[in-house]
Write a protein that binds this ligand. Structure first.
Ligand code: IPE
Ligand code: IPE
Ligand code: MG
Length: 233
């Protein structure tokens, strides 16, 4: 049996532990983790996955040391500059979800540039959760819905699940079919709480820098063997 698999969401965890195990600074894990992400994005595109969403930096990650946050932001700067050409060649569309006001202005400008340049691409939608927190996203959506209602543009009984979804950062993106978390932790860490109501979960002990296209394929095989019932019998 094969399940529909349009959207994979990944919690890329374990970079720090990967580095520590090797006696390296945590930054070395982030660097290797970014390379893994490139490999996995390519593999997902080659497999014809429509959408890949990755958790790159949470709202809670701002509480890490300044050194670590600076390192991650500089890594991001570097990739935003170097990857656009390849993204265009692959026909991928990039979206960023999260709280932009906490990010440096030059990074936001670069993100907006990439979103604009790729918005008409129709192969893989590559969605990067950056400065992302799901509860903040839901609150922002609720606020927007309240504003629409107060302004008389929306009646309370018109606020359906579909309409509410349209107020989330992920508007227009189908819900994830499969959520993968690496590094053995079995929690969601404030990721896509609304969107994963009926997603399948896969927790692997592999640390993110060691994750591979082969493991992704075997997880997809496992996903395909599952029966998704959605409450029916
Ligand atoms: C995931 O790896 C990357 C980010 C959260 C930015 P971690 O940095 O959380 O690595 P561990 O969990 O400490 O090993
Ligand atoms: C979740 O990982 C966020 C990202 C992968 C970007 P964390 O390492 O921040 O999550 P916790 O602290 O283990 O819950
Ligand atoms: Mg972690």
């Amino acid at each position: 049996m094969t399940n529909t698999l349009k959207h994979i969401a990944i919690i890329m965890d374990g970079n720090g532990r990967w580095a520590q195990k090797r006696g390296l600074p945590r930054s070395a894990g982030h660097k290797k983790g970014a390379e893994t992400l490139q490999e996995i994005a390519k593999a997902a595109a080659d497999m014809g996955i429509e959408c890949l969403t990755v958790y790159a930096f949470s709202t809670e990650n701002w509480k890490r040391s300044k050194d670590e946050v600076d390192y991650l932001m500089n890594l991001l700067r570097q990739y935003l500059k170097s990857e656009l050409k390849e993204i265009q060649e692959r026909g991928a569309r990039i979206r960023f979800i999260g709280e932009r006001k906490m990010l440096d202005a030059d990074i936001v400008a670069q993100m907006e540039h990439i979103e604009r340049e790729t918005e008409n691409n129709d192969k893989l939608t590559f969605c990067v959760a950056l400065s992302y927190g799901s509860r903040a996203e839901i609150i922002a959506a609720a606020r927007q819905a309240a504003e629409e209602i107060t302004a008389g543009r929306l009646k309370p009984d018109q606020l359906t699940e579909d309409v509410f979804s349209g107020f989330l950062y992920t508007a227009g993106i189908p819900d994830p079919d499969l959520v993968i978390r690496t590094s053995g932790e079995q929690r969601l860490s404030n990721y896509l709480l609304w969107q994963i109501a009926y997603s399948e979960f896969y927790f692997t002990p592999t640390l993110w820098p060691d994750f591979s296209a082969d493991e992704l394929k075997s997880i997809i095989a496992d996903f395909n063997s599952r029966e998704r019932r959605y409450g029916k019998i």
